[in-house]
Write a protein that binds this ligand. Structure first.
Ligand code: 5GP
Ligand code: ZN
Length: 114
């Protein structure tokens, strides 16, 4: 738990959020400023600032995160197209320094992303 971290506060229940999944390692919440009809954030409970802070011991955690993302994508019938995105660092637009994976879907998506 990082006292200055908005996602740690959401996980601790001191800031409200719409939860779409919770387990012992991972939560998923609706993004407060959705960029697509489905915009869910899959977040490890442990405070890991960025993807670059992941270590080899976190392999199963990353697997769990993708499992949760794919389960939500199937529940929402997004098999035809969705994205799982990590913005790493200020140059990529990371604004919350508690690792999270964006699940985006429900609209056409262009490539390359902006
Ligand atoms: P980043 O830019 O770091 O990749 O993504 C941070 C995401 O967190 C943004 O999409 C932003 O809308 C979302 N976000 C920021 N604060 C809150 C909050 O208090 N609640 C929820 N549900 N999402 C938030
Ligand atoms: Zn945190």
């Amino acid at each position: 738990m990082n006292d200055d971290c908005i996602f740690c506060k959401i996980i601790a229940g001191t800031i409200a959020a719409t939860f779409v999944h919770q387990d012992d390692e991972v939560v998923a919440i609706a993004d407060i400023n959705p960029q697509a009809p489905t915009h869910v954030l899959i977040i490890p409970r442990r405070h890991i600032p960025t993807a670059l802070d992941l270590q080899a011991r976190d392999a199963s955690l990353v697997g769990r995160i993708h499992e949760v993302a794919h389960r939500i994508a199937r529940e929402r019938h997004l098999e035809n197209g969705f994205r799982v995105v990590v913005n790493n660092g200020p140059g990529a637009g990371q604004t919350v320094y508690h690792l999270h994976f964006h699940l985006l879907g429900g609209r056409p998506m262009r490539w390359p992303p902006g």
